[in-house]
Write a protein that binds this ligand. Structure first.
Ligand code: GLN
Length: 306
């Protein structure tokens, strides 16, 4: 398909002088408008990501080569990705990449797309790690794409990390990510439901998790983008706390004395999560870290001696 929307003085091959090719800038603004009309709030950013991905360009090319002419075949490729995005497929799945902790994490429909607020989980884990000298052992429950384990491995070069997930397909996505980042020797993946694949006498200095925590009610009215993500990474039972309850109950058995349990929670779960911990023998009074939108987001507790 050849568009005649371009303003640049470039001829479309085979179409004589009549038709002009769209430029990179024209195409981005057209995609952005289409996404906006289809209710996509992040239409500016998504248009830039989708167009540069489809054309194999660097995002900086938008500023370096705004007048780059786009041939009909490339334009069609862009427009078909634009239609997928407008139908609710998340941009990260379309371009296959999500940036997390300044790392490129490969993502597809097998895994939850790492969220910026989950960087708080990494920040708190790094703060906790300062209590340990030398090697430390970390267990991540429900690793998904591997984003949190990879960020921790990059920052804590002496840490040994075990990462579990119930989903074999998520683990294969995570394994692809650790080899892209050259971390095969630092992160060990084990398939299993929470602690299922962990030996009963294994102990960790830090247990970290972004568990599924959406309530059944929230699951009924997910935005299309979230609905495209794996249900088992999202659904936390009737009150959203089913998985968190199991993590809190079992964590004391797998923590070293003074070891930390740090996990993400959903909107409104702070009080319930704190109560769970207060009722659990072997865990200290928790504290909560808010995310940059001011919402309670991460709960931090420690293994006590009794
Ligand atoms: N933060 C995600 C959302 O709001 C949920 C992720 C999770 O359940 N861990 O869509």
């Amino acid at each position: 398909m050849i568009s005649v929307m371009g303003t640049e003085n470039t001829r479309a091959a085979g179409y004589g002088n009549i038709y002009r090719l769209p430029t990179l800038r024209n195409l981005i603004s057209r995609v952005s408008q289409f996404l906006s009309l289809n209710g996509i709030q992040s239409h500016h950013l998504d248009a830039r990501l989708i167009v540069t991905h489809a054309l194999g360009l660097d995002p900086i090319d938008i500023y370096r080569k705004p007048n780059l002419p786009i041939d009909g075949k490339s334009e069609s490729a862009v427009l078909s990705l634009m239609v997928r995005r407008a139908s609710g497929v998340p941009t990260a799945y379309i371009i296959g990449i999500k940036e997390f902790w300044s790392l490129s994490i490969t993502v597809d429909e097998r895994v939850l797309i790492p969220r910026p607020e989950t960087e708080i989980l990494v920040e708190e884990s790094l703060a906790a790690a300062r209590s340990f000298t030398g090697d430390m052992t970390i267990l991540e429950l429900g690793t998904g794409s591997g984003a949190v384990s990879i960020a921790l491995a990059m920052e804590l070069v002496a840490a040994r990390i075990v990462s579990t997930d119930i989903s074999p397909s998520a683990l294969s996505a995570a394994e692809a990510n650790i080899s892209i980042h050259g971390l095969q020797d630092r992160i060990l993946f084990k398939r299993g439901d929470l602690f299922e694949a962990i030996e009963p006498d294994d102990r960790f200095d830090l247990i970290v998790s972004n568990p599924p925590y959406l309530t059944d009610e929230e699951m009924k009215c997910l935005p299309p983008e979230v609905g495209a993500e794996p249900e088992e990474a999202l659904r936390g039972g009737e009150n959203g706390l089913a998985v968190i309850e199991r993590i809190v109950a079992a964590a004391p058995d797998y923590l070293t004395a003074g070891g930390f349990l740090i996990f993400e929670i959903g909107a409104g779960q702070q009080d319930a999560a704190r109560k769970l911990i207060e009722r659990t023998t072997g865990l200290s009074l928790p504290h909560t870290r808010r995310d940059y939108a001011g919402r309670p987001r991460v709960i931090i507790t420690k293994r006590t001696c009794q």
